[in-house]
Ligand binder design. Sequence first.
Ligand code: SAH
Length: 344
Amino acid sequence: MNSIYNYSREKLDTYFLNKGLTKYRSTQVFEALYKQQVKDFFEITNLKIELREELSKDFSISSLDVVREQRSIDGTIKYLFGLEDKVLIETVLMKHNYGYSVCITTQAGCNMGCSFCASGLIKKQRNLTTAEMVLQVLEVDRRLKEEGKRVSHIVLMGIGEPFDNYENVIEFLKIVNYPKGLQIGSRHITVSTCGIVPKIYEFAEFPLQVNLAISLHFADDVKRSKYMKINKAYNIKDLMDALDYYIEKTNRRITFEYILLKDINDTLEDANNLVELIKNKNAYVNLIPYNDTNFFMRSTKEQTLKFYDYLKKNGINVTLRKEQGHDIDAACGQLRLKEVRCKA
Ligand code: SAH
């Protein structure tokens, strides 16, 4: 049955208006689902019983099964969730000094084919529905609530390419941001893409002020095309043009993600290419220590610091991502991969 968590505020308004009821009914339903977090329409006691009956005929209040939970010593928790069709997805909760962030999976598997990324080792099976993304936040928020805490930040940096599941992601963003629901501030939400250029133009028109992160990782076309298939479809120039448009249109600063891979993209020449590419942009760089896989290794500490210093010296805003959950296979896709391989 159709999950109620697929419904953004506008869509639910339409449902009630079609029944000759007012939009206020959706406010009540949103508050019940996302604030009180009811699991049954009959718990929404401020709605007439007939309406509760109708809602439960038209929608389900779905949930996710927790297949496995791994806790890191630093407070990071990784959840492996099972979906209705037995697809497995993972969601990571991270504790920061500014709050709790959840890393969301947007697709089962991924077709982007970035060679260093564990997520892409399993091909895309399907897009996640809006409800399946909303539920990742809700299931984690429910657990935090028991300790008097809440999810304050969301990053769409789990398995999958958000812009390859654009419509569902947009609905998801509206739902989690909605002020009478989960109320995650738009500036506390980050969407990350490997660079699907047409969708960047489209996203520039999206009214919510969410953050955009670009998984750049390479500052020249030869290398980027070698390791990231998407660069063959949209090269660095196409990407930069789209970002210039996005920055001008939204007046928002973007983030470039740059994983440091030993002897592959971590030399000072690479750093210089990066400086030249982005020096005039309203952007900052997030350097990411790589979680080793079979084929790639992280840069040494020394080289990482050299790279960082070079950017800094050349006027680039740069941060070095603090590692979390290293002891629990933190890289996106690693836990799921393990589970799938164990079962195979
Ligand atoms: N497809 C989107 C969303 C996935 S984000 C995107 O590419 O942005 C996942 C992030 O984790 C990406 O920046 C990806 O490059 C990075 N990543 C992948 N494998 C990693 C690993 N082994 N160690 C650290 N980061 C990794």
